[in-house]
Design a protein around this ligand. Sequence first.
Ligand code: NAD
Length: 354
Amino acid sequence: MARGGHDRVLALQDSASGLRAFLALHHTWRGPAWGGIRVWNYRDEEAAMLDALQLSRAMTYKCVLAGVPGGGGKTVVLADRLEDRPAAMARLGQMIEDLGGIYRCGPDVGFVEADRLALVPHTQWFSHDQGALRSAGEATAEGVVWAIRGALVHAFGDDDLANRTVAIQGLGSTGFALAEMLMAQGARVAGADSDPDRVEVARAAGVEIVDPAIIYETPADVFSPCAMGGLLHDLTIQKLQAKIIAGSANNVLARTDQAQLLRERGILFLPDFVINSGALIESAGLTETGRTDFSEELKRIGATASKVIARSLKEGITTVESAYAMAREILQKEDQARQDRGERAIPAFGQDEV
Ligand code: NAD
């Protein structure tokens, strides 16, 4: 926590339902902490807590670069400990409600519709309003499309998706929506998923199905990781064939310094926290403004991605360093403005790996 600059982490448990979860609030100085609920099998509690720490920290950078007035949070629920899942989600909802709005949540990997139905009666802070908004996956996918188009300009000179090939890992709520949007704009899409049902839906929609074990080494202009984090490491990076990496998956690099390896291989890596903020923008925006159309804000994700790339090229740094530098400059400006108004300074948070 000290290295990552986290504000607080709550360990949640309810023995009646088997709820075991960690709720991390990374930054609470710019407004509420935003972050989804992940339900996943972890090796042990330490691994779950580490995931909550890393994901909540990335959410802070995501908020800053997306222009959302808030910080990062995240809940991870240990899936294999759940005994009465609806009761556990109801209890989690009560616990989130008890936080009084300091934490605003939405769906993340493994959080299914039945979980949402069990949780929402107990908290007003589940902020992805599915009545008013489209699915979180669709919103996130649209932001990723804009980012890919921004990167295409840098790599190939134009943002035309026709005749470009995109290989997508994970055809779930974000990955499948992305595939559909890209195909509608003329791209050829290859995709892989470990779930045979997802594969069948994608195949029927026109995705060329690839073995999940080799999707990242499939020849393509863009590789789009839309499953779990940690996929890109020393070994997988050597096998990548795409010129651009841009997807929805959080924390896709096993270590952030591996961005250097990508840079040395001439691969344009778009950091996830710069480009997967579509659902965050829509949820936070609806809460703040009551609007439901955020097309302009989502388009800006492409412009931000382009700025991140341009700065990395100009300064000879990785895109991750470039994105961090941009976020820190925004935070410093905000901090100065706070101090000018006589408010307390925002505490510094570390740049080290968590
Ligand atoms: P999802 O659960 O709907 O989809 C993930 C898919 O990946 C599933 O279909 C799963 O079977 C597949 N998968 C898992 N491991 C795989 C592997 N090794 N190879 C191939 N397929 C694999 O989840 P999602 O909501 O689409 O989220 C995907 C990623 O995007 C996550 O990292 C999530 O944190 C991130 N993200 C999601 C949103 C959102 O709006 N849903 C927003 C920001 C970031």
